[in-house]
Write a protein that binds this ligand. Structure first.
Ligand code: ZN
Length: 280
């Protein structure tokens, strides 16, 4: 599933390629992708509109339009956004196509085999009603910034397993399974520690680890895993997976201590990867 660095990479690609371009025509195939409203609402909301800029909050891509409305796109499990030359054969599962004015003639495709992803056009004035989860979203460490003091407050005011807390989008937006496991490893903190007993020194390490893991992953264009599902808008894979120290390395020697093997346990249906020696 794309997490903050992958969605940020897509955002940067869209910012470079679609801003200032008018959408001349819209095709919606699979209705499930536009389930929040309707096929006609998305077609009417986008046709003739110009994308003013591309923002991101957590895993949500938000594009203000010159009509005053906003386009929201969420990739969920398997969504991809691709910019391609007009007329290029489309991959299977291309559910929404936006034709872009200007030269060269291009199309923006929303491709999504598993169809959990979404495309919505909404009025930002009514965000609390139309996209209630956006209004309740926690702090985005990259888009909003996250200070060490603010992070300490988020951990100390709750008594929860640290991994569950870091994955809770209402607390911190955008960190998913990969970057959570990598950040906890870099900080030397075990996934099952209660958030309110983590020491000040560990908080400092964990805060620094989250910021550096996210920052480096964005610079690497995100992580493209063995399923090759995630790519940027130009179809290019990311390469941060080459820097993973624990994620998807179960049974392999820890790259940090060189003395223990990475352990994988299932927590709430997700794989959690850690080094039993480095993480306390
Ligand atoms: Zn280790």
């Amino acid at each position: 599933m794309p997490e903050l660095p992958e969605v940020e990479t897509v955002r940067r690609g869209l910012q470079a390629q679609v801003v200032g371009r008018r959408i001349t025509r819209v095709e919606v195939g699979r209705e499930r992708t536009v389930r929040r409203t309707s096929r006609q609402a998305v077609i009417d909301g986008l046709t003739g509109a110009t994308i003013v800029c591309v923002n991101r909050r957590g895993k949500y891509l938000l594009c203000p339009l010159d009509t005053g409305e906003e386009l929201m796109m969420h990739l969920r499990m398997s969504g991809r956004l691709l910019v391609a030359a007009a007329g290029t054969p489309r991959p299977a599962h291309t559910h929404v196509v936006m034709h872009l004015a200007g030269e060269p003639a291009q199309e923006l495709w929303f491709v999504d085999p598993r169809t959990f992803g979404e495309v919505v056009v909404f009025d930002p004035v009514n965000v609390a009603v139309e996209l209630p989860e956006l209004a309740k979203m926690g702090v985005d460490p990259i888009a909003d910034g996250l200070s060490r003091a603010q992070f300490a407050g988020l951990l100390r005011s709750r008594s929860r397993q640290i991994k569950a807390l870091l994955l809770d989008q209402h607390v911190i937006a955008g960190i998913g399974n990969i970057y959570c496991d990598e950040s906890l490893h870099l900080a030397g903190v075990r996934w099952d520690r209660p958030s309110d007993v983590v020491t000040p020194r560990e908080i400092t390490r964990l805060h620094a680890a989250i910021m550096s893991v996210l920052g480096e992953a964005i610079e690497a264009g995100g992580s493209t895993l063995a399923d090759t599902q995630y790519v940027g808008v130009d179809g290019e894979a990311g390469w941060f997976q080459l820097h993973h120290r624990v994620y998807d390395r179960a049974g392999q020697r820890c790259l940090t201590c060189g003395k223990a093997d990475i352990v994988k346990v299932a927590v709430a249906g997700r794989g959690t990867h850690f080094c039993p020696r480095c993480q306390k």
